[in-house]
Design a protein around this ligand. Structure first.
Ligand code: 6PG
Length: 245
């Protein structure tokens, strides 16, 4: 672990990536349960975490003690093929038998996404509670992916959402394959006790090089704005994502 709370795990192949991802997620959840009696996590969308979620479903974790949120959601119903909640249900929540009352999907199917964002923030505040002294809830674990344009969650390059400091969740636009989205903001993400960013493939290696060299600023490379305030940040990379120098 570096002095800045950052640590990188590099995996040679898919089984190694999946095993390491499972191990990091499970240990963050179990550590929170041991310390505070329960764990809170925001799941990532996108394709990278899916095999990790599938494998995690096979571990005997105390899911009745884990409150599940999302880092972002597309504006589609939960049974839509592009729903992040729907994908997590198929890969993890249904096979693991996570109790329904522990699952808190972002309301991506709402008519008024701004109101839905405010409602989701209230849900997070109510369930996670405010950290004394910070004024924001601290999720135990935020899992993130990284788009090939440098976005993370649905914090997209150039978006107004990047400058938000007074809300934990906002409605935003941009990205494929669905343009209207809900996303956690930097204040919500950076307050987390542990952040895991998962990335695979050569295109992401180029982004990692910019991040390592400090070339990216958050406006053009939103993942560069993920900097835990007092927490730890783990990069889970495959060999390609780690290889650019
Ligand atoms: C989303 C995501 C997004 C994702 C990245 C990486 O809903 O679009 O949450 O931030 O994590 O785009 O996606 P891949 O893992 O598919 O490359």
């Amino acid at each position: 672990m570096g002095a800045d709370g950052q640590h990188t795990v590099i995996c040679e192949d898919t089984p190694g990536f999946v095993e390491a991802g499972c191990g990091l997620i499970a240990s963050a959840l179990l550590r929170a349960i041991r310390t505070r009696g329960s764990a809170t996590v925001a799941l990532a969308g996108g394709s990278t975490p899916i095999p990790v979620y599938e494998s995690l479903a096979g571990l005997a974790l105390p899911w009745d003690r884990v409150e599940l949120f999302w880092g972002d959601e597309r504006a589609v119903p939960h049974d839509h093929e592009h729903s992040n909640a729907g994908a997590a249900h198929l890969a993890l929540l249904d096979p693991a038998g996570v109790p329904a009352e522990r699952i808190h999907p972002m309301p991506g199917d709402a008519d008024d996404l701004a109101e839905a964002a405010a409602a989701y923030e209230r849900t997070i505040r109510e369930i996670v509670g405010e950290d004394p002294g910070r004024g924001v809830p601290r999720l135990d674990l935020v899992i993130l992916g990284m788009g090939s344009d440098g976005h993370t969650a649905s914090l997209l390059p150039g978006s107004d959402a990047l400058g938000v400091t007074d809300r934990l969740v906002v409605a935003t636009r941009g990205g494929e394959p669905v343009d209207r989205r809900l996303t956690l903001t930097y204040p919500a993400i950076n307050a987390a006790r542990t952040i895991i960013v998962m990335a695979r493939g050569a295109a992401k290696g180029e982004l990692m090089r910019s991040i390592r060299r400090g070339e990216g600023e958050k406006h053009s490379l939103p993942v560069a704005g993920v900097r835990p305030a007092g927490g730890r940040m783990l990069w889970l990379l495959d060999a390609e994502a780690a290889s650019a120098r």
